[in-house]
Design a protein around this ligand. Structure first.
Ligand SMILES: [Zn+2]
Length: 482
Protein backbone atom coordinates (compact mmCIF):
# COMPACT_ATOMS: atom_id res chain seq x y z
CA UNK A 1 0.00 0.00 0.00
CA UNK A 2 2.97 2.32 0.71
CA UNK A 3 3.81 2.25 -2.97
CA UNK A 4 0.33 3.47 -3.85
CA UNK A 5 0.34 6.31 -1.34
CA UNK A 6 0.74 9.78 -2.85
CA UNK A 7 1.62 12.88 -0.84
CA UNK A 8 1.14 16.42 -2.09
CA UNK A 9 3.75 18.33 -0.08
CA UNK A 10 2.94 21.81 1.13
CA UNK A 11 0.00 22.43 -1.13
CA UNK A 12 -0.37 26.20 -1.51
CA UNK A 13 -4.17 25.99 -1.32
CA UNK A 14 -6.44 23.10 -0.36
CA UNK A 15 -10.25 23.06 -0.45
CA UNK A 16 -11.00 20.86 2.50
CA UNK A 17 -14.18 19.84 4.31
CA UNK A 18 -15.06 21.31 7.70
CA UNK A 19 -17.40 18.75 9.22
CA UNK A 20 -18.53 20.92 12.13
CA UNK A 21 -19.44 23.83 9.85
CA UNK A 22 -20.68 21.41 7.14
CA UNK A 23 -18.95 23.38 4.39
CA UNK A 24 -15.83 23.61 2.27
CA UNK A 25 -13.04 25.80 3.66
CA UNK A 26 -9.62 26.85 2.41
CA UNK A 27 -6.41 25.70 4.07
CA UNK A 28 -2.93 26.88 3.13
CA UNK A 29 0.45 25.12 3.00
CA UNK A 30 -0.62 21.66 4.15
CA UNK A 31 0.22 18.10 3.11
CA UNK A 32 -2.46 15.94 1.51
CA UNK A 33 -1.86 12.16 1.56
CA UNK A 34 -4.04 9.61 -0.18
CA UNK A 35 -4.09 6.06 -1.52
CA UNK A 36 -6.65 3.88 -3.32
CA UNK A 37 -8.16 3.37 0.14
CA UNK A 38 -9.09 7.06 0.38
CA UNK A 39 -7.83 10.34 1.80
CA UNK A 40 -5.38 9.46 4.59
CA UNK A 41 -4.29 12.83 5.90
CA UNK A 42 -4.71 16.59 5.47
CA UNK A 43 -2.53 18.63 7.81
CA UNK A 44 0.80 20.23 8.57
CA UNK A 45 3.13 17.28 8.00
CA UNK A 46 2.47 13.74 6.80
CA UNK A 47 5.14 11.47 8.25
CA UNK A 48 3.86 8.14 6.97
CA UNK A 49 5.48 6.20 4.14
CA UNK A 50 4.75 7.36 0.60
CA UNK A 51 5.38 5.94 -2.87
CA UNK A 52 5.10 9.26 -4.65
CA UNK A 53 5.71 12.84 -3.54
CA UNK A 54 4.36 15.81 -5.48
CA UNK A 55 5.39 19.39 -4.79
CA UNK A 56 2.30 21.42 -3.93
CA UNK A 57 4.02 24.82 -4.06
CA UNK A 58 2.04 25.99 -7.10
CA UNK A 59 -1.07 23.88 -6.67
CA UNK A 60 -4.62 24.10 -5.42
CA UNK A 61 -5.98 20.71 -4.36
CA UNK A 62 -9.77 20.44 -4.54
CA UNK A 63 -12.36 17.66 -4.48
CA UNK A 64 -13.34 16.07 -7.80
CA UNK A 65 -16.55 17.40 -9.32
CA UNK A 66 -19.75 15.38 -9.56
CA UNK A 67 -21.61 15.64 -12.89
CA UNK A 68 -25.15 14.42 -12.25
CA UNK A 69 -26.46 14.55 -15.82
CA UNK A 70 -24.72 13.93 -19.14
CA UNK A 71 -25.30 12.00 -22.36
CA UNK A 72 -22.46 10.14 -24.06
CA UNK A 73 -24.65 8.74 -26.84
CA UNK A 74 -24.84 11.22 -29.69
CA UNK A 75 -23.91 14.54 -28.21
CA UNK A 76 -20.22 14.69 -29.18
CA UNK A 77 -21.21 14.55 -32.87
CA UNK A 78 -24.10 17.02 -32.58
CA UNK A 79 -21.55 19.84 -32.19
CA UNK A 80 -21.73 22.72 -34.66
CA UNK A 81 -25.07 21.81 -36.20
CA UNK A 82 -28.07 23.23 -34.38
CA UNK A 83 -26.80 25.99 -32.09
CA UNK A 84 -28.56 28.69 -34.14
CA UNK A 85 -31.86 26.93 -34.94
CA UNK A 86 -35.02 25.97 -33.08
CA UNK A 87 -38.71 25.37 -33.68
CA UNK A 88 -40.34 28.79 -33.45
CA UNK A 89 -43.75 27.36 -32.55
CA UNK A 90 -42.21 25.26 -29.74
CA UNK A 91 -40.67 28.13 -27.79
CA UNK A 92 -37.59 28.07 -30.02
CA UNK A 93 -36.47 24.70 -28.67
CA UNK A 94 -34.23 22.67 -31.00
CA UNK A 95 -34.60 19.39 -29.12
CA UNK A 96 -37.57 17.81 -30.86
CA UNK A 97 -37.21 18.81 -34.48
CA UNK A 98 -33.43 19.01 -34.77
CA UNK A 99 -31.28 17.46 -32.03
CA UNK A 100 -33.33 14.26 -31.99
CA UNK A 101 -32.43 13.71 -35.67
CA UNK A 102 -28.75 13.15 -34.88
CA UNK A 103 -28.06 9.58 -33.89
CA UNK A 104 -24.64 8.01 -33.63
CA UNK A 105 -24.45 4.59 -35.25
CA UNK A 106 -22.97 1.59 -33.44
CA UNK A 107 -19.48 2.33 -34.79
CA UNK A 108 -19.50 5.87 -33.40
CA UNK A 109 -20.86 5.23 -29.93
CA UNK A 110 -17.56 4.20 -28.33
CA UNK A 111 -15.80 7.25 -29.83
CA UNK A 112 -18.55 9.56 -28.59
CA UNK A 113 -18.34 8.10 -25.11
CA UNK A 114 -14.53 8.28 -25.04
CA UNK A 115 -14.55 11.95 -26.05
CA UNK A 116 -17.19 12.80 -23.44
CA UNK A 117 -15.36 10.99 -20.64
CA UNK A 118 -12.07 12.61 -21.63
CA UNK A 119 -13.55 16.11 -21.81
CA UNK A 120 -15.31 15.71 -18.47
CA UNK A 121 -12.28 14.45 -16.58
CA UNK A 122 -10.12 17.22 -18.07
CA UNK A 123 -12.55 19.69 -16.53
CA UNK A 124 -12.22 18.13 -13.08
CA UNK A 125 -15.06 15.61 -13.09
CA UNK A 126 -14.42 12.44 -11.09
CA UNK A 127 -18.00 11.11 -10.87
CA UNK A 128 -20.63 11.22 -13.59
CA UNK A 129 -24.14 10.06 -14.32
CA UNK A 130 -24.42 9.10 -18.00
CA UNK A 131 -27.89 8.63 -19.52
CA UNK A 132 -27.65 6.79 -22.86
CA UNK A 133 -28.72 3.77 -24.87
CA UNK A 134 -26.52 0.82 -23.97
CA UNK A 135 -23.93 -0.27 -26.52
CA UNK A 136 -21.54 -3.22 -26.17
CA UNK A 137 -18.60 -1.14 -24.87
CA UNK A 138 -20.55 1.26 -22.62
CA UNK A 139 -19.77 -0.47 -19.34
CA UNK A 140 -16.22 -1.54 -20.18
CA UNK A 141 -15.18 1.94 -21.41
CA UNK A 142 -16.63 3.60 -18.32
CA UNK A 143 -14.69 1.15 -16.14
CA UNK A 144 -11.49 1.53 -18.18
CA UNK A 145 -11.60 5.33 -17.90
CA UNK A 146 -11.00 5.07 -14.16
CA UNK A 147 -13.87 7.47 -13.42
CA UNK A 148 -16.68 6.79 -10.97
CA UNK A 149 -19.66 6.21 -13.26
CA UNK A 150 -23.39 5.93 -12.73
CA UNK A 151 -24.80 4.41 -15.91
CA UNK A 152 -28.45 5.07 -16.69
CA UNK A 153 -29.84 3.21 -19.69
CA UNK A 154 -32.83 5.24 -20.86
CA UNK A 155 -36.12 3.68 -21.92
CA UNK A 156 -39.43 5.13 -23.10
CA UNK A 157 -42.69 4.06 -24.67
CA UNK A 158 -43.24 7.03 -26.98
CA UNK A 159 -41.09 8.78 -29.56
CA UNK A 160 -41.34 12.48 -30.43
CA UNK A 161 -42.66 13.54 -33.80
CA UNK A 162 -42.78 17.18 -34.82
CA UNK A 163 -45.50 17.70 -37.42
CA UNK A 164 -44.97 20.55 -39.91
CA UNK A 165 -42.55 22.34 -37.58
CA UNK A 166 -45.30 23.35 -35.19
CA UNK A 167 -46.89 20.45 -33.34
CA UNK A 168 -45.27 17.88 -31.03
CA UNK A 169 -46.91 14.47 -31.35
CA UNK A 170 -46.12 11.24 -29.53
CA UNK A 171 -45.86 7.89 -31.30
CA UNK A 172 -46.49 5.20 -28.71
CA UNK A 173 -44.93 1.77 -28.98
CA UNK A 174 -45.53 0.23 -25.60
CA UNK A 175 -44.23 -3.23 -26.47
CA UNK A 176 -40.87 -1.84 -27.59
CA UNK A 177 -40.69 0.42 -24.53
CA UNK A 178 -41.31 -2.51 -22.23
CA UNK A 179 -38.60 -4.52 -23.96
CA UNK A 180 -36.08 -1.68 -23.49
CA UNK A 181 -37.17 -1.38 -19.86
CA UNK A 182 -36.49 -5.09 -19.24
CA UNK A 183 -33.08 -4.74 -20.92
CA UNK A 184 -32.33 -1.65 -18.81
CA UNK A 185 -33.08 -3.51 -15.58
CA UNK A 186 -30.78 -6.36 -16.64
CA UNK A 187 -28.08 -3.79 -17.47
CA UNK A 188 -28.24 -1.88 -14.19
CA UNK A 189 -27.96 -5.15 -12.27
CA UNK A 190 -24.87 -6.09 -14.29
CA UNK A 191 -23.34 -2.61 -13.86
CA UNK A 192 -23.82 -2.56 -10.12
CA UNK A 193 -22.09 -5.95 -9.81
CA UNK A 194 -18.93 -4.61 -11.48
CA UNK A 195 -15.89 -5.63 -9.39
CA UNK A 196 -14.24 -2.16 -9.51
CA UNK A 197 -16.84 -0.76 -7.10
CA UNK A 198 -16.80 2.42 -9.21
CA UNK A 199 -19.67 1.50 -11.56
CA UNK A 200 -23.32 1.78 -10.55
CA UNK A 201 -26.67 1.40 -12.27
CA UNK A 202 -29.39 4.05 -12.31
CA UNK A 203 -33.01 3.42 -13.38
CA UNK A 204 -33.97 5.99 -16.01
CA UNK A 205 -37.42 6.36 -17.54
CA UNK A 206 -36.19 8.82 -20.21
CA UNK A 207 -38.80 11.57 -20.08
CA UNK A 208 -41.88 12.18 -17.99
CA UNK A 209 -44.03 12.65 -21.10
CA UNK A 210 -42.77 9.63 -23.07
CA UNK A 211 -43.47 7.00 -20.39
CA UNK A 212 -46.88 5.94 -19.11
CA UNK A 213 -47.66 6.63 -15.46
CA UNK A 214 -47.69 2.87 -14.88
CA UNK A 215 -44.21 2.42 -16.31
CA UNK A 216 -42.80 5.31 -14.26
CA UNK A 217 -44.26 3.88 -11.05
CA UNK A 218 -43.14 0.35 -11.83
CA UNK A 219 -39.60 1.44 -12.71
CA UNK A 220 -39.30 3.53 -9.56
CA UNK A 221 -40.51 0.54 -7.53
CA UNK A 222 -37.81 -1.66 -9.08
CA UNK A 223 -35.14 0.97 -8.38
CA UNK A 224 -36.24 1.30 -4.77
CA UNK A 225 -36.24 -2.47 -4.32
CA UNK A 226 -32.60 -2.43 -5.48
CA UNK A 227 -31.59 0.67 -3.51
CA UNK A 228 -30.69 2.42 -6.79
CA UNK A 229 -31.05 6.04 -7.83
CA UNK A 230 -33.70 7.09 -10.33
CA UNK A 231 -33.41 9.81 -12.92
CA UNK A 232 -35.95 11.26 -15.35
CA UNK A 233 -36.14 14.31 -17.60
CA UNK A 234 -39.00 16.48 -16.37
CA UNK A 235 -39.97 20.14 -16.61
CA UNK A 236 -37.31 20.44 -19.31
CA UNK A 237 -39.27 22.26 -22.03
CA UNK A 238 -42.41 24.33 -22.39
CA UNK A 239 -43.74 21.80 -24.94
CA UNK A 240 -43.54 19.09 -22.27
CA UNK A 241 -45.05 21.41 -19.64
CA UNK A 242 -48.03 22.16 -21.88
CA UNK A 243 -48.44 18.47 -22.81
CA UNK A 244 -48.63 17.44 -19.13
CA UNK A 245 -51.16 20.19 -18.45
CA UNK A 246 -53.26 18.94 -21.39
CA UNK A 247 -53.09 15.34 -20.15
CA UNK A 248 -53.41 15.78 -16.40
CA UNK A 249 -53.78 19.46 -15.48
CA UNK A 250 -50.58 19.12 -13.49
CA UNK A 251 -47.03 20.42 -13.57
CA UNK A 252 -44.25 17.82 -13.63
CA UNK A 253 -43.52 17.95 -9.86
CA UNK A 254 -47.27 17.76 -9.08
CA UNK A 255 -47.66 14.73 -11.30
CA UNK A 256 -44.60 12.98 -9.86
CA UNK A 257 -45.88 13.74 -6.37
CA UNK A 258 -49.26 12.15 -7.19
CA UNK A 259 -47.44 9.07 -8.54
CA UNK A 260 -45.50 8.72 -5.28
CA UNK A 261 -42.24 9.13 -7.14
CA UNK A 262 -40.70 12.22 -5.52
CA UNK A 263 -38.00 11.48 -2.96
CA UNK A 264 -34.31 11.79 -2.05
CA UNK A 265 -33.43 8.96 -4.46
CA UNK A 266 -34.91 10.80 -7.47
CA UNK A 267 -32.85 13.14 -9.67
CA UNK A 268 -34.96 15.28 -12.00
CA UNK A 269 -33.08 16.32 -15.12
CA UNK A 270 -33.41 20.06 -15.79
CA UNK A 271 -36.58 20.84 -13.79
CA UNK A 272 -36.82 24.33 -15.29
CA UNK A 273 -40.46 24.98 -16.11
CA UNK A 274 -42.10 24.91 -12.69
CA UNK A 275 -45.25 26.78 -11.73
CA UNK A 276 -43.30 29.90 -10.75
CA UNK A 277 -41.34 30.14 -14.02
CA UNK A 278 -42.12 33.33 -15.92
CA UNK A 279 -42.79 31.44 -19.19
CA UNK A 280 -45.51 29.22 -17.71
CA UNK A 281 -49.15 30.23 -17.31
CA UNK A 282 -49.44 29.26 -13.66
CA UNK A 283 -49.60 32.02 -11.11
CA UNK A 284 -48.65 29.82 -8.16
CA UNK A 285 -45.43 28.89 -6.39
CA UNK A 286 -45.88 25.35 -5.07
CA UNK A 287 -43.41 23.24 -7.06
CA UNK A 288 -40.22 24.29 -5.29
CA UNK A 289 -41.83 23.41 -1.99
CA UNK A 290 -42.88 20.00 -3.35
CA UNK A 291 -39.27 19.29 -4.30
CA UNK A 292 -37.81 20.60 -1.04
CA UNK A 293 -40.32 18.77 1.18
CA UNK A 294 -39.71 15.44 -0.53
CA UNK A 295 -35.92 15.81 -0.70
CA UNK A 296 -36.02 15.43 -4.50
CA UNK A 297 -32.83 16.40 -6.33
CA UNK A 298 -32.46 18.58 -9.42
CA UNK A 299 -29.77 18.16 -12.10
CA UNK A 300 -29.17 21.67 -13.41
CA UNK A 301 -27.49 21.89 -16.83
CA UNK A 302 -27.53 25.56 -17.81
CA UNK A 303 -25.42 25.64 -20.99
CA UNK A 304 -27.62 23.67 -23.39
CA UNK A 305 -30.71 25.59 -22.35
CA UNK A 306 -29.19 29.05 -22.18
CA UNK A 307 -27.99 28.39 -25.74
CA UNK A 308 -31.70 28.19 -26.67
CA UNK A 309 -32.58 31.32 -24.71
CA UNK A 310 -34.03 29.70 -21.60
CA UNK A 311 -32.96 29.19 -18.01
CA UNK A 312 -34.08 27.95 -14.65
CA UNK A 313 -35.38 30.76 -12.40
CA UNK A 314 -33.09 30.63 -10.50
CA UNK A 315 -30.45 28.32 -9.05
CA UNK A 316 -30.12 30.63 -6.05
CA UNK A 317 -33.89 30.58 -5.50
CA UNK A 318 -34.01 26.75 -5.65
CA UNK A 319 -31.25 26.53 -3.06
CA UNK A 320 -32.89 29.08 -0.77
CA UNK A 321 -36.13 27.08 -1.04
CA UNK A 322 -34.20 24.07 0.31
CA UNK A 323 -34.03 22.09 -2.94
CA UNK A 324 -30.85 20.05 -3.42
CA UNK A 325 -29.36 20.96 -6.81
CA UNK A 326 -26.42 19.26 -8.49
CA UNK A 327 -24.76 20.42 -11.70
CA UNK A 328 -24.79 18.42 -14.93
CA UNK A 329 -23.31 19.08 -18.36
CA UNK A 330 -26.05 17.46 -20.48
CA UNK A 331 -24.56 17.72 -23.97
CA UNK A 332 -21.33 19.19 -25.34
CA UNK A 333 -19.04 20.97 -24.54
CA UNK A 334 -18.78 18.55 -21.56
CA UNK A 335 -16.88 21.16 -19.60
CA UNK A 336 -17.95 21.10 -15.97
CA UNK A 337 -16.10 24.27 -15.04
CA UNK A 338 -17.69 26.27 -17.86
CA UNK A 339 -21.04 24.77 -16.87
CA UNK A 340 -20.53 26.03 -13.32
CA UNK A 341 -19.62 29.48 -14.59
CA UNK A 342 -22.75 29.58 -16.73
CA UNK A 343 -24.83 28.32 -13.78
CA UNK A 344 -23.62 31.28 -11.77
CA UNK A 345 -24.20 33.81 -14.54
CA UNK A 346 -27.66 32.45 -15.42
CA UNK A 347 -28.60 32.44 -11.73
CA UNK A 348 -27.59 36.08 -11.38
CA UNK A 349 -29.39 37.13 -14.57
CA UNK A 350 -32.57 35.18 -13.78
CA UNK A 351 -32.43 36.27 -10.13
CA UNK A 352 -31.63 39.82 -11.28
CA UNK A 353 -28.97 40.13 -8.63
CA UNK A 354 -25.27 39.52 -8.10
CA UNK A 355 -26.28 38.15 -4.71
CA UNK A 356 -28.45 35.34 -6.17
CA UNK A 357 -25.62 32.78 -6.12
CA UNK A 358 -21.96 33.10 -5.18
CA UNK A 359 -18.88 31.09 -6.13
CA UNK A 360 -19.04 28.99 -2.97
CA UNK A 361 -22.68 28.19 -3.73
CA UNK A 362 -22.07 26.85 -7.22
CA UNK A 363 -18.98 24.95 -6.02
CA UNK A 364 -21.06 23.35 -3.29
CA UNK A 365 -23.74 22.36 -5.84
CA UNK A 366 -21.13 20.75 -8.13
CA UNK A 367 -19.57 18.76 -5.28
CA UNK A 368 -21.72 18.20 -2.19
CA UNK A 369 -25.00 18.76 -4.06
CA UNK A 370 -24.12 16.11 -6.63
CA UNK A 371 -22.84 13.71 -3.97
CA UNK A 372 -26.07 14.09 -2.00
CA UNK A 373 -28.13 13.47 -5.14
CA UNK A 374 -26.26 10.18 -5.51
CA UNK A 375 -26.76 9.37 -1.84
CA UNK A 376 -23.08 9.64 -0.91
CA UNK A 377 -21.12 11.42 1.78
CA UNK A 378 -17.72 10.02 0.75
CA UNK A 379 -17.27 12.01 -2.49
CA UNK A 380 -17.39 15.72 -3.35
CA UNK A 381 -15.32 16.58 -0.28
CA UNK A 382 -11.72 16.29 0.90
CA UNK A 383 -11.53 14.83 4.39
CA UNK A 384 -9.75 11.83 5.89
CA UNK A 385 -11.84 8.74 5.14
CA UNK A 386 -13.44 10.18 1.99
CA UNK A 387 -12.67 8.68 -1.43
CA UNK A 388 -9.42 9.92 -2.95
CA UNK A 389 -11.18 11.74 -5.82
CA UNK A 390 -9.31 14.99 -6.28
CA UNK A 391 -8.13 17.61 -8.73
CA UNK A 392 -4.76 19.39 -8.84
CA UNK A 393 -5.11 22.92 -10.22
CA UNK A 394 -2.01 24.66 -11.61
CA UNK A 395 -1.77 28.11 -10.05
CA UNK A 396 1.03 29.03 -12.47
CA UNK A 397 -1.36 28.89 -15.41
CA UNK A 398 -1.58 32.53 -16.57
CA UNK A 399 -5.36 32.56 -16.27
CA UNK A 400 -4.97 31.63 -12.58
CA UNK A 401 -2.71 34.63 -11.87
CA UNK A 402 -2.75 36.69 -9.69
CA UNK A 403 -4.07 34.54 -6.85
CA UNK A 404 -6.27 36.09 -4.21
CA UNK A 405 -9.05 33.49 -4.36
CA UNK A 406 -8.14 30.46 -6.51
CA UNK A 407 -11.68 29.05 -6.83
CA UNK A 408 -12.89 32.36 -8.23
CA UNK A 409 -10.00 32.38 -10.73
CA UNK A 410 -10.79 28.82 -11.75
CA UNK A 411 -14.53 29.33 -12.19
CA UNK A 412 -14.71 32.86 -13.53
CA UNK A 413 -11.64 32.64 -15.73
CA UNK A 414 -9.28 29.70 -16.18
CA UNK A 415 -11.64 26.68 -16.32
CA UNK A 416 -10.07 23.43 -17.61
CA UNK A 417 -6.88 25.15 -18.79
CA UNK A 418 -5.66 25.04 -15.17
CA UNK A 419 -6.65 21.43 -14.42
CA UNK A 420 -3.31 19.58 -14.36
CA UNK A 421 -4.00 16.19 -12.74
CA UNK A 422 -7.12 14.35 -11.70
CA UNK A 423 -7.28 11.31 -9.40
CA UNK A 424 -10.09 8.86 -8.77
CA UNK A 425 -9.68 6.34 -5.96
CA UNK A 426 -6.13 7.62 -5.59
CA UNK A 427 -5.16 6.74 -9.17
CA UNK A 428 -4.53 9.27 -11.95
CA UNK A 429 -7.14 9.58 -14.72
CA UNK A 430 -5.66 12.86 -16.05
CA UNK A 431 -1.89 13.34 -15.93
CA UNK A 432 -0.38 16.67 -16.90
CA UNK A 433 -3.57 17.64 -18.80
CA UNK A 434 -3.66 14.32 -20.75
CA UNK A 435 -6.31 11.62 -20.46
CA UNK A 436 -4.48 8.68 -18.89
CA UNK A 437 -6.48 5.54 -19.59
CA UNK A 438 -8.39 6.08 -22.85
CA UNK A 439 -7.41 6.73 -26.47
CA UNK A 440 -8.88 10.24 -26.46
CA UNK A 441 -7.01 11.48 -29.55
CA UNK A 442 -8.00 8.40 -31.54
CA UNK A 443 -11.65 8.89 -30.59
CA UNK A 444 -11.56 12.57 -31.63
CA UNK A 445 -10.27 11.52 -35.05
CA UNK A 446 -13.34 9.30 -35.51
CA UNK A 447 -15.84 12.09 -34.94
CA UNK A 448 -15.66 13.76 -38.38
CA UNK A 449 -16.72 10.67 -40.34
CA UNK A 450 -19.25 9.75 -37.64
CA UNK A 451 -20.87 13.19 -37.86
CA UNK A 452 -21.02 12.99 -41.66
CA UNK A 453 -22.75 9.58 -41.46
CA UNK A 454 -25.20 10.94 -38.86
CA UNK A 455 -25.97 13.96 -41.06
CA UNK A 456 -26.74 11.74 -44.06
CA UNK A 457 -29.05 9.67 -41.85
CA UNK A 458 -30.74 12.83 -40.51
CA UNK A 459 -31.58 13.88 -44.08
CA UNK A 460 -33.30 10.51 -44.56
CA UNK A 461 -35.15 10.73 -41.24
CA UNK A 462 -36.34 14.33 -41.45
CA UNK A 463 -40.11 14.19 -42.01
CA UNK A 464 -39.84 17.27 -44.24
CA UNK A 465 -37.01 15.77 -46.29
CA UNK A 466 -34.61 18.69 -45.77
CA UNK A 467 -30.93 18.48 -46.64
CA UNK A 468 -28.44 19.03 -43.83
CA UNK A 469 -27.64 22.46 -45.31
CA UNK A 470 -31.29 23.41 -44.85
CA UNK A 471 -31.57 21.81 -41.40
CA UNK A 472 -28.30 23.25 -40.13
CA UNK A 473 -27.29 26.26 -42.22
CA UNK A 474 -23.69 27.30 -41.55
CA UNK A 475 -23.15 30.45 -39.53
CA UNK A 476 -21.56 32.13 -42.56
CA UNK A 477 -22.47 31.51 -46.20
CA UNK A 478 -19.86 29.81 -48.34
CA UNK A 479 -17.98 32.40 -50.40
CA UNK A 480 -19.49 32.94 -53.81
CA UNK A 481 -22.82 31.31 -52.95
CA UNK A 482 -25.93 33.22 -53.94
ZN1 LIG B 1 -30.59 15.26 -20.60
Amino acid sequence: MTKQTTVIRNAAWVVTWDDAAARHVYRRDVDVAFSPDGILFIGDRYDGPAGEEVSGASLMVMPGLVDVHCHSGDEPIAKGLFEDVGTAALWGNALYEYSALIDSDEDAKAACQTVMLGDLMRSGVTTLLDIASPHPKWLSLAAESGLRAYLAPGFREAAWNVVDSHRLDFEWNVAQGRERYAQALAFVDEASAHPSGRIHGVVAPSQIETCSEELIQEAVGEARKRGMRITIHAAQTMAEHEELLRRTGETAPAMLERLGVLGPDLIIGHCIFLDHHSWTRQRTRHDLERLARSGTNVAHCPVTFARSGMTLESLGAYRRAGVNVGIGTDSYPFNMLEEMREAMICSRVAGRSVFDLDTAGVFEAATIGGAKALGRNDIGRLAPGAKADLVLVDLNQPAMQPVHDPLRNLLHCAAERAVRDVYVDGRPVVKNHRVANLDYDGAVRELQAAQERACRQAEKDDPRGRTIDKLAPRSLPMAGAR
